[in-house]
Design a protein around this ligand. Structure first.
Ligand SMILES: [Zn+2]
Length: 338
């Protein structure tokens, strides 16, 4: 494995890295950043690397040295001046943001900068967001707040206008493939598959390397699709529960969301194969023969396009806290009927 260090460990995101490294070199960060990008594109990792480089005693060309007492404290998770605020359940609570605001009055104890990283800013409600507005607007000189968002629609304009925004994009599959092998010890075939399957989200790809639970789970989901393709609503209904249950200890909701993500990728592959024939490029590239075989059972693309819509609709319903059993049973009936 090759040794990337500092910002170079982060895969892709060249623009964001350039901006942040310049701020480190010049010791001139702004006080409020907003990182916008899909889950697992490297927002938290980048924010932490930024906090580390800013506080490092001997930064090298915009990067943390990795060796001083501060770098080592951060690597071991016992640096008091950098804190990650994650949602408590499905929301970032007002009490958390009040605590963040109140603690901001105290300067850093070990480093030069005090860093707050707010994960999933999307989960701030108006009240929690308003609570930190003043902190973004008139921050103490030592304070840097980094807000991470997944969805541009969930950013309040009042927050957006007070922050410097950096976008985190999906990483090119070839670039990701190379780094999965070089930095993370993935096998060649595994890296090729995961680079495409993760849809350019490095954190997702890395978490799936040698992850047998994931590959077993995908087998189960593909089997669900195969049964739905057989066209028997009764058989489809019987297997609906598989979407909600798994052998690992994730909750029902997370299991279901993961199942629906796998299922939609499978149906998108079937749809692509139906439309593009032999020249198709698919996400589940190790299962191409099965994809071609299964899509032959559909006389035309219409039912497959409807299936993709139905799965996405089911996902939205689950995110809106609909009942998992009702949603999955209705979905399976739709998939079987075509
Ligand atoms: Zn250092």
């Amino acid at each position: 494995m090759s040794e990337h260090y500092g910002f170079d460990k982060i895969i892709g995101q060249d623009l964001a890295k350039r901006v942040l490294m310049k701020a480190v070199r010049e010791q001139s960060p702004t006080h409020a950043y907003l990182f916008l990008g899909l889950q697992s594109t490297g927002k938290t990792t980048t924010a932490m690397e930024f906090g580390k480089a800013l506080n490092c005693e001997n930064p090298v060309d915009g990067n943390a040295c990795g060796d001083c007492s501060i770098c080592r404290a951060i690597d071991h998770g016992n640096f008091p001046d950098m804190r990650i605020w994650s949602p408590d359940g499905q929301n970032t609570k007002i009490d958390q943001m009040r605590e963040m605001r109140d603690l901001a009055r105290f300067g850093p104890t070990k480093g030069k900068w005090k860093i707050n990283i707010v994960e999933q800013g999307d989960t701030l409600n108006d009240e929690s967001a308003n609570c930190i507005l003043k902190l973004l607007e008139e921050p103490p000189a030592y304070l840097i707040n980094i807000l991470l968002f997944r969805n541009p629609g969930s950013m309040l304009p009042t927050i957006r206008s007070r922050c410097q925004m950096l976008r985190f994009t999906q990483v090119d599959a070839e670039q990701l493939r190379v780094r999965l092998v070089e930095d993370h010890g993935a096998g060649e075939e595994e890296a090729e598959f995961l680079a495409v399957y993760s849809q350019g989200c490095p954190g997702r790809a890395i978490s799936l390397i040698r992850n047998n639970d994931f590959f077993d789970r995908r087998d189960e989901i593909i089997e669900v699709a195969r049964i739905a393709a057989s066209g028997s609503p009764w058989a489809a209904l019987k297997i609906a529960g598989v979407l909600r249950t798994s052998s690992n200890d994730k909750g029902v909701r997370d299991t279901l969301l993961e199942s629906l993500d796998m299922l939609v990728l499978w149906y998108r592959d079937l749809l692509a194969a139906k439309l593009q024939g032999d020249q198709v490029s698919v996400v589940n590239l190790d299962r191409i023969d099965e994809i071609k075989d299964q899509c032959r059972r559909y006389p035309h693309a219409g039912p497959l396009a409807n299936a993709v819509d139905a799965i996405l609709q089911a996902k939205r319903a689950i995110l809106g806290n609909a009942n998992g059993q009702i949603v999955t049973e209705a979905l399976m009936m739709k998939l079987a009927r075509g």
